[in-house]
Design a protein around this ligand. Sequence first.
Ligand SMILES: N[C@@H](CCC(=O)N[C@@H](CS)C(=O)NCC(=O)O)C(=O)O
Length: 290
Amino acid sequence: MSKSYVPPKVWTWDANNGGKFANINRPIAGPTHDKDLPAGKHPLQLYSLATPNGVKVTIMLEELLALGHKGAEYDAWLINISGGDQFGSGFVDVNPNSKIPALVDHSNETPTRVFESASIMLYLAEKFGEFLPKDPMERTETMSWVFWLTGSAPYLGGGFGHFYAYAPEKFEYSINRFSMEVKRQMDVLNYRLGETEYLGGSEYSIADMVTWPWYGALSQGKLYEAGAFLDVASYKNLQRWTDQIAERPAVIRGRKVNRAFGPLKDQLRERHDASDFDKKTQDKIETAES
Ligand SMILES: N[C@@H](CCC(=O)N[C@@H](CS)C(=O)NCC(=O)O)C(=O)O
């Protein structure tokens, strides 16, 4: 794109457009290769990666386990999206949209596939009766925030993050447009969190769990190295909520699952047992191998 760009009559795919994820982005659906998905011993099989969308679900599963729900035990398998694992036939059978996270619940008579992170969160909240208020008014408010996040985060990731961090050139118009929108969104959260402790109201819920991996990470300066650029420190209520949730043990564990980047001690690339957090983080695996 440049000032002189004139769109052709019919768009065609330029596979080498130079963007960071140009090698995996494509305008067609369906599998590129045959590959079955692995399955472990637990009722829930998660196929994911510790991006913000993936972390929503591992936080939820760790929170459910912390409450004593044994049925929430899970195997978490790493899907390497840069290597194209999301286009394997087994993954596409579970998520026709070829994006992490994807879940299969084997505890039902017929294994149940669940895709789209918000759908997975709602599925788990209803299955275990947790983190979604029972009162109809509070439930509605909570779900409004879950849908708010689902509609808003693509402006942060696909809009701001893409043009600020991943595009082959810095385009002022695009960065301005999405910075304005992301700052507006942070202000929306900041207002809300000035009224109530959590997004849905007084209870910690799936609304917080879906939002924190995006806007919490952004306000900690951990997304796109944009903390100073977006002046995230000025959103005081958002900062308060971010810090409060960051301290939860289940959140600390959930962030580590399916992580294949960052400090080795925070990477639990696959999780099959609660003890894996003590024994199988990447620092321990690499020390044992050397
Ligand atoms: N709306 C989806 C978005 C999921 C999504 O965008 N996943 C990204 C990683 S954060 C992905 O798998 N990208 C791989 C690709 O686009 O090929 C959800 O909430 O589950």
